[in-house]
Design a protein around this ligand. Structure first.
Ligand code: 13P
Length: 252
């Protein structure tokens, strides 16, 4: 098994232009030359260009927090894959739980975004994860399986080489409550076995599955030491260069 760890910082709706460029610069200084871990940061759309400049000559890729599935036209407020490529994005997060539950995105919409990314050469990070009520009702496997199946509808095993899955239990996001390594590993193993069913063993083995939800420097190593956890999608702690660097170093 030769999966590389992949650590992404999702800055969400945070930072100013000055904060974003300073944060990117500080992250580059600390971990910009790390090659053993795949890394990306996902700033707000208006700051992508400036952050890209700050990331220049580093090993840290640029990512977007969302994307739309049409090429261009009357879609007020949306951003296309071509626009993301224009400003140097490699990745786009699709179906983050805040977009599912605050904005109301459906699995079908998210699937269109994933397919559009794949067809246009942006690497999607497909987020899945259950609500606390669903976990308490023992529905985690059912919910996450449905999100994976619907999110990956029409995605071939060859396409999966460019797809990352992020398991983010909604109850662990921004709450300071992290899934225990065992809880996270259980779901990650289930996701990998589902990928084996949908595709094949090689695809399942090669797919990077990130964990997200209150990942911090002090819990990153034990989470990423689990056999099926291949890195992290980090929210709050990615806004501090020191913390983000420590999380990357925990996986190095
Ligand atoms: P926190 O790390 O702030 O819990 O956020 C996780 C997340 O939603 C990353 O996409």
């Amino acid at each position: 098994m030769t999966r590389k760890l992949f650590i992404a910082g999702n800055w969400k709706m945070n930072t100013s232009l000055a904060d974003a460029t300073a944060l990117a610069g500080a992250i580059v200084e600390k971990i910009g030359s790390v090659e053993t871990v795949d890394m990306t940061v996902c700033p707000p759309f208006p700051y992508l260009t400036s952050v890209k400049e700050a990331l220049a000559d580093s090993k840290i890729a640029l990512g977007a927090q969302d994307v739309f599935y049409e090429d261009s036209g009357a879609y007020t407020g949306e951003v296309s894959t071509a626009m993301l490529k224009d400003v140097g994005c490699t990745y786009a997060i699709c179906g983050h739980s805040e977009r599912r539950h605050v904005i109301g995105e459906t699995d079908e919409l998210i699937n269109r975004k994933v397919l559009k990314c794949i067809s246009d050469g942006i690497m999607p990070i497909l987020c899945v994860g259950e609500l606390l009520t669903q976990r308490q009702a023992d529905e985690t496997i059912e919910v996450v399986s449905r999100q994976i199946r619907l999110g990956l509808e029409g995605v071939s095993s060859a396409d999966m080489a460019g797809v990352t899955i992020a398991y983010e239990p909604v109850w662990a996001i921004g709450t300071g409550i992290t899934a225990t390594p065992d809880q996270a590993q259980d779901v990650h193993a289930m996701i990998r076995s589902l990928l084996g069913e949908i595709y094949d063993a090689a695809t399942a083995n090669n797919t990077q599955i990130q964990y997200g939800g209150s990942v911090k420097p002090d819990n990153a190593a034990e989470l990423m030491n689990c056999p099926d956890i291949d890195g992290a999608l980090v929210g709050g702690a990615s806004l501090k260069a020191d913390d983000f660097a420590k999380i990357v170093q925990a996986g190095k």
